[in-house]
Design a binder for this molecule. Structure first.
Ligand code: GLU
Length: 258
C-alpha cells in the first residue's frame, strides 16, 4: 500500500508551531515510506479564511522544507470551498440509502430538548425525533440532514499513537451532516476529501480524536475503506494549556523573520 498523508490547515492565520509539528510528522512519515504528502485548505469558514493566510502557510511550510505533492486532478491543493458539489453528492447518497434523514427541528427545539436532557441528568443529545418522519425534499420547512447513527454497537479503531480507542454508539447522537442552507459540516467534508484524496494515514492533533468515531460512522455509511488514524499529543504552554493559534509568538513566520 502506497502511503498518502495529508495536512489540511484552515487558512485563517499564520501556520503556528503546533500545526507545523503535525505537518512534520505527516511529511516525515510519507517521505520515509516513499509515499506522498498532500495539502488541502479547509476554508469553509469564508469569513475567516483568506488568500494571504494560504500564502503565509505555504511560505512557512516551504521554509521548513516540508515539500508536498500535488493532488492528481485539476487542483494540486484542493480547497473545500470549491468542492461543495462533492459534499452535496455524498449527502444525497446517504439520504437515498436511508443512512441519513432530513430533520425539521428548529434550533430552539433542539436547544430545549438538550436542556431537558441535562436537567434530567441524561446525555444532552439530539433525540432522533425526526428519524422516522420521512421528510422529503419538497417539504417547505427548513431542514438539515442528520446521520442515522446505529442505536447499538460501538465504533472502535486502533489508533497508531493513542492505542485502542472508540466510543459506544449510544454516546453519539444523530449529528448534522448538512445545515439548513445545504452547507456541509466538517465531519462530512473531511471524510469525503480524505477518501477521494486516497489518504491512507490520518495523522493529526489529539484535539481531533473525539471526531474520529463520527468520521468512522460516515466511512461506514458511505461504504468507504477508512484510513488508519494517529493522533499526536498536543503542544502545551508552561501552564499546560494548548498553544493557541492566536498567539503571534508561536507563528512560524515570526520565527523566519527574526
Ligand atoms: N482543518 C483542521 C485544523 O486545522 C484539520 C482537521 C484534520 O486534520 O482532520 O485543525
Amino acid at each position: 500500500m502506497a502511503v498518502v498523508t495529508r495536512f489540511p490547515p484552515s487558512p485563517t492565520g499564520d501556520l503556528h508551531i503546533g500545526g507545523a509539528r503535525t505537518a512534520l510528522f505527516c511529511w516525515a512519515f510519507a517521505r520515509h515510506e516513499g509515499g506522498r504528502f498532500v495539502l488541502r485548505f479547509e476554508d469553509t469558514d469564508r469569513a475567516r479564511s483568506s488568500q494571504s493566510s494560504e500564502e503565509a502557510m505555504l511560505e512557512a511550510l516551504g521554509w521548513l522544507g516540508l515539500d508536498f505533492d500535488p493532488v492528481p486532478g485539476p487542483e494540486p491543493i484542493p480547497r473545500q470551498s470549491e468542492r461543495g458539489d462533492r459534499y452535496r453528492a455524498a449527502v444525497g447518497e446517504l439520504l437515498a440509502s436511508g443512512d441519513a434523514y432530513r430533520c425539521v427541528c428548529t434550533p430552539e427545539e433542539v436547544d430545549a430538548m438538550r436542556a431537558q436532557a441535562r436537567a434530567e441528568g441524561r446525555n444532552p443529545a439530539y433525540d432522533g425525533r425526526c428519524r422516522d418522519l420521512a421528510v422529503g425534499p419538497a417539504d417547505p420547512r427548513p431542514s438539515c440532514v442528520r446521520l442515522r447513527v446505529p442505536a447499538d454497537g460501538a465504533t472502535r479503531w486502533d489508533d497508531l499513537i493513542a492505542g485502542p480507542s472508540g466510543q459506544d454508539s449510544q454516546e453519539v447522537d444523530d449529528f448534522v451532516l448538512a445545515r439548513t442552507d445545504g452547507s456541509p459540516i466538517y465531519h462530512l467534508a473531511v471524510v469525503v476529501d480524505d477518501h477521494e484524496m486516497g489518504i491512507t494515514h490520518v495523522i493529526r492533533g489529539r484535539e481531533h480524536i473525539t471526531s474520529t468515531s463520527r468520521q468512522l460512522l460516515l466511512y461506514r455509511a458511505l461504504g468507504f475503506e477508512p484510513p488508519l488514524f494517529a493522533h499526536v499529543p498536543l503542544l502545551v504552554d508552561a501552564g499546560g494549556r494548548k498553544l493557541s493559534k492566536r498567539e503571534a509568538a508561536v507563528s512560524v513566520l515570526s520565527l523566519i523573520h527574526i
